[in-house]
Design a protein around this ligand. Structure first.
Ligand code: ADP
Length: 350
């Protein structure tokens, strides 16, 4: 059984803005799902709709087998059995850490002694043992975020919803909390939906990643699937900085529009004729020496260090190409010839 499922969920904001469009999503028990996408793509709307702060215009949402939206009456957020953590740690400043964490337990009518035990348990779980009597204002940003996490976990939620929960933290603390969050949720078998604008964080943490575009799911899959087999130019560009080149396939070659670039067809995957776009991953462009008259000739305009490969931009006939270069870092100003080793051709629809 899915822990959370959404069936044909649409959401329109008052005034007509599209929040969500035709969302079908099944999140398995214990699965860690990350939602990514450009600003305005619907990540927050999707999370808030699952939480119950927004009601779908149509469609059904089920949590742990219970229909919480789209049934006869929507279930209020506090009765959905979810834990939430936001970017800005919304702790009560005038209550101790212990009181902050025990508040949801008080609401649930738990006895004082049980509350005390549970608060100490979850503070231990998030790495803050014994901090019950501290004032949140005396804690670091990372510690406050852990308290928010402890509060979200106190009532053993059916799922944990994270809304940019790590985004306000600085590295390397953020990186450490990321690792801890992953091992903690895995050990507890928690189902997690994690909204982040950070694509690398999403790919690093999640079992599956959903890429949103205009309120719809553009693609959902494991990090490997999304990076190795993006289903569209949009996903390839969003996750991997792919180069998207428009042009036409003719006579066994792809000819770029407004650019002398030609690519022989045996390196092109996908359909084999007509107009369309060629999607080329930065790692599939090889730079080498050659004559400035070659069709892939260009000049390096940016060359940034990366652990695995340098992130290089080549200006070729007025068009920027993003290339990932292993080995020695090329110098800005160098003349190079680009060879495209692999590309995916997508015909223009219609
Ligand atoms: P993201 O979290 O991916 O940045 P959002 O879910 O915030 O995206 O927004 C999705 C779409 O819904 C955007 O077009 C946004 O302008 C619109 N939207 C978000 N909140 C509201 C609101 N309260 N009223 C009207 N439109 C909204």
């Amino acid at each position: 059984m899915s822990a959370i499922s959404l069936d044909a969920v649409d959401l329109e904001y008052p005034g007509g803005a599209v929040g969500l469009r035709g969302i079908d999503l099944r999140i398995a028990d214990g699965e860690f799902l990350a939602l990514v996408g450009p600003s305005g793509s619907g990540k927050t709307t999707l999370l808030r709709t699952v939480a119950g702060f927004l009601t779908p215009t149509s469609g059904t949402i089920t949590i742990g087998g219970d229909v919480v939206a789209g049934g006869r009456r929507p279930i209020a957020p506090e009765h959905r059995g979810l834990g939430m953590v936001f970017q800005q740690h919304a702790l009560w400043p005038h209550r101790t850490v212990g009181k902050n964490v025990s508040y949801p337990l008080e609401l649930a009518g738990m006895s004082r002694s049980d509350r005390k035990r549970r608060v100490s348990e979850v503070l231990e779980l998030v790495g803050l043992p014994g901090l019950e009597s501290r004032d949140p204002s005396t804690l670091s940003g990372g510690q406050r975020q852990r308290v928010a996490l402890a509060r979200a976990l106190a009532r053993t939620p059916r799922a944990l919803l994270l809304d940019e929960a790590l985004s306000a933290l600085d590295e390397p603390l953020r990186d450490r909390l990321r690792l801890e969050l992953r091992s903690l949720t895995r050990a507890a078998g928690l189902t997690v939906i994690h909204v982040t604008h950070d694509r690398n964080e999403a790919l690093a943490l999640a079992d599956r990643v959903a890429v949103l575009d205009g309120g719809s799911i553009a693609q959902i899959g494991t990090p490997e699937e999304l990076v190795q087999q993006p289903s569209s130019a949009f996903v390839a560009r969003f996750l991997s900085d792919a180069n998207i080149i428009t042009g036409v396939v003719d006579g066994g070659r792809f000819h770029a529009d407004d650019h002398p670039l030609e690519v022989v067809l045996d390196v092109v995957e996908g359909a084999r004729q007509g107009r369309g776009t060629l999607t080329v991953m930065p790692s599939d462009i090889v730079l080498g020496p050659g004559s400035p008259h070659d069709c892939g000739a260009g000049v390096i305009t940016s060359s940034l260090f990366g652990r695995e490969a340098s992130d290089v931009v080549v200006d070729s006939h007025g068009v920027d190409f993003r290339c990932s270069v292993r080995g020695p870092r090329p110098a800005v100003g160098d003349g190079v010839i680009m060879t495209i080793e692999r590309g995916m051709f997508t015909p223009t629809s219609g």
